[in-house]
Design a protein. Sequence first.
Length: 370
Amino acid sequence: MSVLGVFLSSTCYDLANVRDGLRNFICNIGYEPVMSEYGDILYDPRIYMHISCIEEVKNSDMLILLIGGRFGGKAISEAVSTVDLKKVKEKLEAGTAIDDERLSITHLEVLKAIEYGIPVYVFIKEDVFSDHKLYEKNKNKPFISEITFPSIEKQETAKYIFEFINIVRLRESGNSIFTFKKETDIEEILKKQWSSYFQKLIKEQFRKKEELDNKVLVKKVDDLHALIWEFINEVPRNKELPVKSPPKRYGRILWVDDYPINNELVINFFEEKNIHFDIALTTEQGLKLYRQELYDLIITDMGRGNESTAGITLIEGLNFLHCQVPIVVYCSKTAIKRYSDEAMRLGVYRVVNGIANITSLITDICGLLE
């Protein structure tokens, strides 16, 4: 079983304690942290280390971004070229600027995650986010360069840090942002977010299954109604049938199948036509019911439980009891290929697959056609 990989992206020096705490948190819940300072990244000796960090993002399942008061190291141009900035910009709100001449390694790690659609969880130090609000209100004013932002270590990098925040918050999706004072704030938020997201995925899975089941059921009902309408209204077919009395409007059928729910549509339809069904789940139950009742037709599947030829066993048992009732084997196409010759040798009337064929046989044998 693969382990979920969590890439931790941030400047290291000002957030070292937070990163260490998050590493322990991620390990304790059974996930695999990916952090540069712990050697979790493959540094390919043939390429520059910046490129190795960025390429490792593609192998992760999610990315946690921490934004503090440091800008971090400026990425080399070769590293910038590894990110498809055009594709990234398509996922941002119109007008969002990306200064490709001034991008840090952290910038590129996050942009790579956005390019590949990897979930990004953004956490910004409270004081930095507060200064960002001040920056947004005044960034187009002439005195913006004179403002000192206490949360930013080097004032000349303030613009690039705040515009980085704009990139992650102005995405078309996945643009939620959380603030934090200490590492435990991040842990509590991640616990809630991951748990809620997992719960949502489970509910969506069940909902999709229910919708699929309903669509399949509706289609089966529609197909069955169409087939029945065709069978009831078509001209009687010339087909060899067991000798029987003139057409009747009732009958009794023994159906041996360990999954009778698969046959409910057919059974419900014919019961409305006064055809009664006795259901047996095993060969023993089927033979016991046969001794007790008179039947117009016996239907059996082929494989039941661990016995792939349970249908053959039932037919042999009925032959031993000198059964004169038509026997139909209703099974999968694979079973037909393997066992139809043996079943026909034992004297069964038909070996069929599909709702249309079994419906036709029941209609004919039980005299529903005139």
